[in-house]
Design a protein around this ligand. Structure first.
Ligand SMILES: *[C@@H]1O[C@H](CO)[C@@H](O)[C@H](O)[C@H]1NC(C)=O
Ligand SMILES: *[C@@H]1O[C@H](CO)[C@@H](O)[C@H](O)[C@H]1NC(C)=O
Ligand SMILES: *[C@@H]1O[C@H](CO)[C@@H](O)[C@H](O)[C@H]1NC(C)=O
Ligand SMILES: *[C@@H]1O[C@H](CO)[C@@H](O)[C@H](O)[C@H]1NC(C)=O
Ligand SMILES: *[C@@H]1O[C@H](CO)[C@@H](O)[C@H](O)[C@H]1NC(C)=O
Ligand SMILES: *[C@@H]1O[C@H](CO)[C@@H](O)[C@H](O)[C@H]1NC(C)=O
Ligand SMILES: *[C@@H]1O[C@H](CO)[C@@H](O)[C@H](O)[C@H]1NC(C)=O
Ligand SMILES: *[C@@H]1O[C@H](CO)[C@@H](O)[C@H](O)[C@H]1NC(C)=O
Length: 600
């Protein structure tokens, strides 16, 4: 956009900067009123839980709360006590329900019991008619916390209410406890459609015996992904000032290390650190941040810089032991908010957590001394909300452990920056190969765990046509192999995890036909692909989204536009599969097919 001298004289300073995708934060609210007058249900594609069709043995409503103007206030805390002993349960699901009406930004929220995080979620942006949604998550792996009395449940959701932003988030949280009886219905007969629902109920009553068999299969499946088996202890690696500030650590830059001292039981024979991560402020779209020199050379006022590589690093006593590039969850105000109604982006309602197996490091930890677990963000800028749960499995008596190998280097990064004024290309490639090993001598024998990991990261960011076109291609692949052998070198167990998180985004910004408005053409293609192989069984998840649209924006407000969102979700394990494909055009679901035919 050409700006005449006259403009520069009369307009406030912020309008002097020409229109570039480079400077506009791709984070918006929308004030488009849909014709609908009824509150609309929003959702995230995910596979149904085996328990969805079964009445719980008992349930607890643990929170009914309206999050109004909560910004800067302490989180909501209530006391938590488990259901009475008469409620016999073996599986527990956290049920999070929210509704909101008016105008509001997307918000981040966390749910903790005794500082242990159970859910990281973000909110959908409401409409005048109102929206509501429901998140269900199997939280059985936190049983050791959920069974304890007199703990504190904390929920943080910072929201701002003023003349412009009117939406208060009304949230109810319950825990649903299921008894050992019929739990797992095969995925192939579970469906969200009500017709299928009654069908599967029939199948449950007719085939009760078979379902009991399937419960065993559920256990087998959980043992395939061993980190889902409840640990004996879950220790929070979170903010000790959590009751006042929320239990997440706020990380402001790459030098900021958040630490927590732990002294773990001598009886620990397995340890896994589970990370919860979300990114905000200048790093909300970290995968689209150009280099500092681009921003400085072009005198841009944005703080969104420092390149497009980020990684969460985990240390024990300052030594690097694990790392993960988080899945780039796009919140509902991100890129183009019209994409995310009523289906939200991959992971927005239930942000993934990441498991780092620390068993080979038990040799460092089992000495009755305090050890510091640290979390930091490689290349991070403000700000990240991160914490972790340390899951510990205990033997009946003391175990001995020794760390044999601990090669876990920083990612080797290569960068290439080429730009002339606002146009250019930034390429980052990173690689790591790690190998860690240790033995643990417990009542289960003298077992050696060897973990090898290969990680590849690639990000290519391009600006064209005076920075009005911005394009990012990112790839991340991590392959982890876990091999457990006994003292004779005989293989006891092998596991392989592969994650791939490819992402493509395109944003073009043009001047709008009306003053101070611009038209943005936006595209997102993204996938969350995860595979687990263990012995003969495997688990495969693929969640893809392909979105394209156009919007007219003024400042950070979307005035009008059109958008399409196509998502495919497919999940398969040794016992069944589930797939759902949803097509949304301009906020209307025009296609929604659920299938249970296992392909491939
Ligand atoms: C939440 O509201 C329901 C329905 O009014 C009520 O039964 C329940 O006790 C409330 N729970 C809490 C924790 O306030
Ligand atoms: C929360 O529970 C209250 C009381 O049962 C109910 O009126 C309200 O609609 C519920 N809100 C949500 C978001 O489910
Ligand atoms: C929980 O706290 C209450 C009130 O302080 C107390 O009476 C009760 O014994 C406690 N329960 C347990 C299991 O500690
Ligand atoms: C734990 O192990 C250490 C080192 O073997 C030993 O000194 C200590 O007494 C043990 N602690 C407990 C609580 O058993
Ligand atoms: C370990 O750290 C905790 C918390 O920082 C402290 O309370 C405890 O005294 C320490 N224990 C030892 C053995 O240093
Ligand atoms: C654009 O804004 C300027 C200054 O506010 C005003 O003078 C002009 O009439 C506006 N033009 C249009 C097409 O709205
Ligand atoms: C979803 O699957 C259909 C059928 O295989 C395919 O045509 C479409 O491109 C897929 N969409 C996405 C977003 O992957
Ligand atoms: C995504 O959509 C675009 C345009 O609608 C199409 O060209 C492209 O092939 C789609 N990609 C996938 C993976 O389905």
């Amino acid at each position: 956009m050409k700006i005449t001298n006259l403009f520069i004289v009369i307009l406030p300073l912020i309008f002097i900067i020409p229109l570039q995708s480079a400077t506009l934060p791709p984070h918006f609210t929308k004030s488009i009123t849909k014709h609908s007058t009824n509150p609309q249900r929003y959702f995230q594609l995910t596979q149904p839980l085996p328990s969805d069709d079964i009445p719980p043995a008992c349930s607890l409503t643990i929170l009914n709360h309206t999050f109004g103007n909560t910004y800067g206030s302490p989180p909501v805390t209530v006391s938590y006590t488990p259901p009475p002993a008469t409620c016999d349960w073996s599986l527990v699901v956290l049920d999070f329900r929210a509704e909101c009406k008016g105008e509001q930004y997307d918000r981040i929220a966390g749910v903790w019991i005794a500082g242990v995080e159970l859910l990281r979620t973000s909110t959908a942006q409401p409409t005048e008619a109102g929206i509501f949604w429901n998140v269900r998550k199997d939280v059985t792996k936190y049983s050791s916390i959920i069974t304890q009395h007199n703990l504190t449940l904390t929920v943080m959701l910072e929201n701002i209410i003023n003349d412009e932003f009117t939406g208060a988030y009304d949230v109810n949280i319950s825990l649903l406890f299921y008894s050992d009886a019929p739990v797992r219905v095969p995925l192939s007969i579970v469906s969200v459609e009500s017709a299928a629902r009654s069908l599967s109920r029939k199948l449950i009553s007719v085939q009760n015996r078979e379902i009991e068999g399937r419960l065993d299969r559920d256990r087998m499946l959980k043992s395939l992904y061993p980190y889902n088996n409840p640990a004996d202890l879950v220790f929070p690696i979170s903010n000790s000032g959590g009751v006042d500030e929320g239990f997440w650590f706020r990380i402001e830059d790459e030098f900021h290390v958040q630490k927590k001292n732990v002294q773990i039981s001598n009886r620990t024979h397995k340890a896994v650190l589970e990370l919860y991560v979300s990114f905000h402020g200048n790093d909300e779209f970290w995968y689209m941040n150009p280099s500092d020199s681009y921003v400085e050379t072009n005198h841009l006022s944005t703080g969104r810089a420092h390149g497009a590589y980020r990684e969460v690093l985990v240390t024990i006593d300052g030594k690097l032991v694990g790392a993960v590039v988080p899945f780039p969850v796009i919140f509902t105000g991100g890129i183009n908010p019209l994409f995310w109604e009523p289906v939200v982006s991959i992971g927005a309602f239930d942000l993934p957590s990441y498991d780092i197996d620390l068993t080979p490091f038990l040799g460092l930890l089992l000495d009755d001394k305090n050890h510091s677990i640290g979390i930091q963000i490689a290349d991070g800028i403000s700000f990240w909300l991160v914490d972790a749960n340390l899951h510990l499995w205990l033997d009946d008596s003391d175990v001995q452990a020794k760390t044999l190998k601990s090669k876990f280097p920083l990612m080797e990064i290569q960068r290439q920056d080429e730009f002339v004024q606002l146009d250019g290309e930034f390429e980052i490639e990173g690689e790591r190969e790690s190998e860690v090993a240790g033995w643990v001598h417990s009542s289960k024998g003298n077992l050696q765990t060897l973990i090898t990991e290969k990680t590849k990261f690639k990000n290519k960011l391009r600006f064209k046509d005076e920075g009005t076109k911005k394009q990012v291609h990112q790839k991340y692949k991590k392959k982890t192999k876990i091999k457990i052998t006994d003292e004779n070198g005989q293989l006891v167990e092998t596991l392989e995890f592969i994650i791939k998180y490819p992402l493509k985004i395109f944003i073009e910004t043009k001047p709008g036909s009306v003053n101070d408005t611009s038209v943005m053409i936006t595209k997102v293609e993204q996938e969350r692909a995860e595979r687990v192989f263990g012995g003969i069984e495997s688990m495969v998840l693929s969640h893809k989204q392909n979105c394209s649209g156009l919007m007219v924006v003024k400042g950070s407000n979307v005035l009008s536009g059109s958008a399409e969102n196509h998502q495919n979700y497919s999940y398969a394990d040794g016992f069944g599969c589930y797939s759902r494909s949803v097509d949304v055009v301009n906020g209307d679901v025009v296609g929604d097919d659920t299938a249970s035919i296992c392909v491939g």
